[in-house]
Design a protein around this ligand. Structure first.
Ligand code: SF4
Length: 339
């Protein structure tokens, strides 16, 4: 059944197109990523610890079939509403192998009797025409195929700062090639990356609105233990270069008024969000977002053991959804109403 919210949730994509709810079951097929294996770099993106982003049942020492079986059991207990399942190749870059290898890996998931299709998380520089052509064929032959691109920011200065190893133009090219083939695709973005101003975060909506994506995922930046970002964040705190969104907005407004005075106030290196600020920010962001986009996620949920601090407490995504709905209702906002 469709969910009627003030934004367009991704669950509606499945009910509208396939007539049922589909639950993603995470699969770890043992891929790596060019930003880790030395092709582009070895340290990875500065915020990355992939262990923090996928569940315990998905480890590459188990066969894909077994991971799917265990994932389905896990979800049956947690989410009673799911009717059918889709294999979610999530950790690392799941198109980073020759096509013949990809076919072999995806086939193992598609052979499972409860699996209707695949979601493939990857980097925009890890697809090419040959892979996209084959994924188009697969989707035209009745399998659900969704590509999820890690885009993270629309600004090249941010992508450089976080050592992504690709620029925004590469992401745009991959998205356009994917759209040209009619393949469903989702773009992943992070708010609060270092060096990005409040205005830049807000303005990114206009650029995102111009992309031929089907769905979107947004995360607030979470500082994961042991990452390079953790060190950068600690340094920024020590230097007084961390501001909450509200503080940053005030500083930026003041700076704009005092443009003649150079170096008036240092731009914070990191902008963090209190829970209330983020809900307010995302409510207004969604109000400026194209109404046809499906929203798969609007906040991240890294397990507490991976982070030093849980600034929002142990709040679950379901509670965040309720807060967002209430906030949008209070402000009388719906997706796209402020375009
Ligand atoms: S591209 Fe993905 S897997 Fe690779 S380092 Fe960056 S976040 Fe990690």
């Amino acid at each position: 059944m469709e969910q009627h919210l003030r934004y367009n949730p991704f669950v509606n994509y499945f009910t509208e197109h396939y007539g049922c709810r589909l639950q993603k079951v995470v699969v770890n097929a043992g891929f790596t990523c060019p930003n880790r294996d030395g092709s582009l770099g070895t340290g990875g993106c500065t915020y990355c610890d992939n262990d923090a982003f996928h569940p315990n049942y998905s480890t590459p020492d188990k066969s894909i079939g077994r991971q799917i079986d265990e994932g389905i059991e896990f979800h049956k207990v947690r989410y009673h509403k799911a009717q059918q399942y889709i294999a979610y190749f999530q950790p690392f870059s799941n198109t980073y192998a020759p096509l013949c290898k990809l076919k072999e890996i995806y086939a193992q998931a598609l052979a499972h009797p409860d699996i209707r299709g695949i979601v493939i998380g990857t980097r925009p520089d890890c697809v090419d025409n040959e892979k996209l052509d084959w994924l188009q064929e697969l989707s035209e032959h009745g399998k659900i195929v969704i590509i999820e691109y890690g885009i993270e920011s629309v600004y090249n200065k941010t992508l450089e700062r976080i050592h992504r190893g690709h620029n925004f133009e590469t992401a745009v090219k991959a998205i356009e090639e994917t759209a040209r083939r009619g393949i469903t695709q989702c773009g992943h973005f992070i708010f609060g990356l270092p060096g990005e101003t409040a205005r830049e975060m807000e303005a990114s909506v206009q650029i995102i609105n111009g992309l031929p994506l089907t769905a979107l995922k947004f995360h607030q930046l979470q500082i994961i233990k042991g990452t390079r970002m953790e060190k950068e964040f600690a340094k920024a705190i020590a230097e007084g270069k961390v501001s909450t969104l509200t503080q940053a907005q005030c500083q930026e407004a003041y700076q704009a008024q005092r443009q003649a005075i150079q170096q008036y106030h240092q731009q914070p290196d990191f902008i963090t969000f209190t829970l209330e600020e983020y809900i307010d920010f995302i409510a207004k962001f969604i109000a400026r977002l194209r109404p046809d986009f499906y929203i798969d996620r609007f906040a991240g949920e890294v397990p507490p053991r991976f982070v030093n601090e849980t600034p929002w407490g142990l709040i679950r995504y379901q509670e965040l959804r309720t807060m967002l709905e209430k906030r949008m209702e209070k402000l009388d906002l719906t997706q796209g109403c402020s375009i």
